[in-house]
Design a protein around this ligand. Structure first.
Ligand code: AKG
Ligand code: FE2
Length: 304
C-alpha cells in the first residue's frame, strides 16, 4: 500500500515537534505560519535530490525514517496529512525540487519561471463554503521541510489580511461574489476548472481565499477589474516575507489565509538541486465519503 511504510513508522514516533502542540496551533492560528525544526535530521543520510517523479518510491524507502518523523510531527500538531486524487501519484509527501519533465511548467516541480503568489489546490472548496460529501476540500495547511537549500531561491509568504487591507471595500465586495473561474493547477495530471466561485470568503470573522495568480479569471468585466487590483497588490514585494529555511527547518502555514511564492532558478539536475518536502494538512480528519478508497487509505481525497 502506498504510504503504508512511512505511516506505520510515523505511528511509532513520539515527540518529533520541537514545541508543544498547543503552542504550535496557537501560533499557527494567530500568525498564520510557524517555523520549526525537525528534531532528528541527518543531512548526510539523504539521497541525491530526485530529478524524476518515478524516483519517489526509491527515495521514500531510503529516507523512510525522515519521512515517518515528518508525518509524525503532523499528527502531533493535530494536522491530518492528505494527498489528492490525480496529484503526486498518491504519495503523501511531495518532492518540491526541479524535475526534468516539469522544468518549464509553473508548478512546485518547475524552476525556470517565477511561481507567483497562490493558494494550493484552489479549485476545491475553501473554508466558509459548504462542504462537498464527495470531494475533498482545499488543504488547510501546507508544510515545507527543507532538505537542501539554494542561495537566492526563496519561499515567500504573504498574509491575506495585509493584501485585503490594500484593497477598497468595493473591490473586496466584488472578490467575494461567485463570478470567478479557477483552473486546476498544473501539478494535477488532468486539467479541470470550476466556475462561479468567489475568490475570498469570510467565515467567523476571518477571510479565506483561493487566489492563484496563474489560475484565476474573472467571469465579468467587473470581476476581472477587481482581480487585476488584487493581482497588482500581491506583487508588492514589501508585503512578501522570505522564509529563512536551513536544512532540517520546516514552515507550516495556513494555505487559505496566506499566499506563497517561489522565484525562478536554473536547475542543474545533478543530485544537488534545492529540495523541500511538502505535506498538505487538514485541521479535521476528512469524512469517509470524501476518500478515494476508505478501506485502504484514510488520507487520499477524491477530486473527481
Ligand atoms: O518551492 C517552493 O518554495 C514552494 C513551491 C510551492 O508552491 C508548493 O510546493 O506548493
Ligand atoms: Fe504552492
Amino acid at each position: 500500500m502506498k504510504n503504508g511504510v512511512i505511516l506505520s513508522k510515523a505511528d511509532k514516533i513520539r515527540e518529533s515537534l520541537p514545541i508543544s502542540p498547543d503552542e504550535f496551533r496557537t501560533k499557527l492560528d494567530s500568525e498564520c505560519y510557524v517555523i520549526w525544526k525537525l528534531k532528528v535530521f541527518n543531512e548526510s543520510e539523504l539521497t541525491e535530490t530526485p530529478t524524476k517523479s518515478s524516483h519517489a518510491d526509491y527515495v521514500e524507502s531510503k529516507n523512510s525514517d525522515l519521512h515517518g518523523a515528518y508525518l509524525a510531527a503532523h499528527f502531533e500538531a493535530g494536522l491530518w496529512p492528505v494527498v489528492y486524487q490525480g496529484e503526486n501519484d498518491g504519495h503523501l509527501i511531495r518532492h518540491v525540487c526541479p524535475m526534468i519533465k516539469a522544468e518549464g511548467i509553473i508548478s512546485s516541480q518547475g524552476a525556470k519561471f517565477d511561481f507567483y503568489p497562490h493558494v494550493d489546490n484552489p479549485d476545491l472548496r475553501i473554508t466558509g463554503e459548504r462542504e462537498s460529501k464527495l470531494l475533498g476540500s482545499c488543504p488547510d495547511t501546507l508544510t515545507l521541510l527543507c532538505l537542501r537549500k539554494e542561495e537566492g531561491v526563496n519561499t515567500s509568504l504573504l498574509k491575506l489580511d495585509e493584501i485585503l487591507s490594500h484593497l477598497t471595500p468595493d473591490v473586496i465586495d466584488t472578490l467575494s461574489k461567485p463570478i470567478f473561474k479557477i483552473n486546476r493547477p498544473a501539478s494535477f495530471a488532468e486539467a479541470s476548472s470550476v466556475e462561479e466561485v468567489p475568490v475570498i470568503v469570510k467565515n467567523d470573522g476571518k477571510w479565506y481565499s483561493r487566489f492563484d495568480w496563474h489560475n484565476t479569471n474573472g467571469m465579468t468585466l467587473k470581476a476581472e477589474a477587481a482581480l487585476e487590483k488584487m493581482r497588482f497588490v500581491t506583487l508588492e514585494h514589501d508585503l512578501w516575507f522570505d522564509v529563512p529555511l536551513e536544512p532540517g527547518d520546516a514552515v507550516t502555514f495556513l494555505n487559505q489565509r496566506t499566499m506563497h511564492t517561489r522565484n525562478a532558478f536554473e536547475p542543474r539536475f545533478d543530485g544537488t538541486d534545492r529540495w523541500l518536502l511538502r505535506v498538505f494538512g487538514m485541521k479535521k480528519r476528512p469524512i469517509e465519503s470524501q476518500l478515494v478508497s476508505p478501506s485502504s487509505c484514510l488520507h487520499h481525497l477524491r477530486t473527481i
